[in-house]
Design a protein around this ligand. Structure first.
Ligand SMILES: Nc1ncnc2c1ncn2[C@@H]1O[C@H](COP(=O)(O)OP(=O)(O)OP(=O)(O)O)[C@@H](O)[C@H]1O
Ligand SMILES: [Mg+2]
Length: 244
């Protein structure tokens, strides 16, 4: 579905990504983990044509799409839900959702997708006429994810979808993600919520200082001592003591 090869990205003279390789197969949920500033958002933005890479390639469904503009990638079935959400505040919830279906000309299909999103997030249905700018942070998050689904993407790329949400809504987001794969959507997800993410993801990459330092299945990474210590907040010593 997606392959990134030896990607180098810089902001001016400041090189951020170094030789990043990663791939996502059809139907997978792949997580990209890493500390603040590791380069996760930079990677997603450069895949989405928002930051031209200095070197390297991006392939989508086998085709070279390096540097292809975001709207063209959207038209080809990639939805991006960025960290900053980009909700149009002066438009209603429903108007924002319909913008997500911009490339779909089939009215019946649009209505069907809208219903799916409302079933997933009843809160959005209740508030369909409300101005988006007056929605709470969590509600706006749901709206951004819902809008990403209106385009019936083959691949949805989520940058920290659970950020700022209450525990209940974090659950809603992760449940939604699980539901999506049963609807044949492939997912790339950047998250700080490492435990919950490894529970839903099939594989994951760990980034540090702009490079991929580890990759594996979610089981492999959940069981890895370094990951446990650095990302799952578990002290290995304490665990061994408990076992002894
Ligand atoms: N426009 C920019 N100009 C200069 N440096 C930038 C720019 N955007 C990001 N950076 C730097 O690039 C590095 C990677 O940032 P990035 O946003 O990709 O990290 P991240 O892994 O998404 O972090 P977080 O978990 O905090 O969202 C950081 O050191 C950041 O300061
Ligand atoms: Mg980020």
């Amino acid at each position: 579905m997606l392959r990134v090869e030896k990607l180098d990205v810089a902001y001016g003279h400041l090189q951020i990504l170094r030789q990043v390789d990663m791939h996502i197969k059809n139907g997978e949920i792949v997580a990209i983990l890493g500390a603040n500033g590791a380069g996760k958002t930079t990677l997603l933005k450069s895949v989405m044509g928002l930051l031209p890479p200095k070197a390297g390639k991006v392939y989508y469904r086998g085709k070279d799409v390096t540097g292809t503009p975001t709207f063209e990638l959207a038209r080809q079935g990639i939805s991006f839900v960025p960290e900053e959400r980009n909700i149009f505040q002066a438009m209603s919830v429903e108007e924002n959702l319909l913008l997500g279906a911009y490339y779909n000309k089939d009215k019946a299909k649009i209505a069907q997708n809208l219903k799916k999103v409302y079933d997933m997030f009843p809160r959005l249905a209740e508030r369909r006429k409300q101005l988006s700018g007056t929605m709470s942070g969590g509600e706006r998050q749901m709206l951004a994810i819902g809008r990403g689904l209106m385009n019936e993407p083959h691949l949805i790329i989520l940058d920290e979808p659970s950020m700022g949400l209450s525990p209940t809504n974090v659950l809603v987001v992760f449940e939604t993600i699980k539901t999506l794969t049963s609807q044949e959507v492939t997912i790339a997800i950047v998250e700080q919520n490492v435990h919950a993410t490894l529970n839903v993801a099939s594989r994951a990459y760990v980034m540090e200082h702009g490079a991929v330092v580890m990759e594996g299945t979610s089981e492999e990474l959940s069981g890895n001592d370094y990951v446990k210590r650095m990302y799952l907040g578990q002290s290995i010593e304490t665990e061994n003591e408990t076992e002894a």
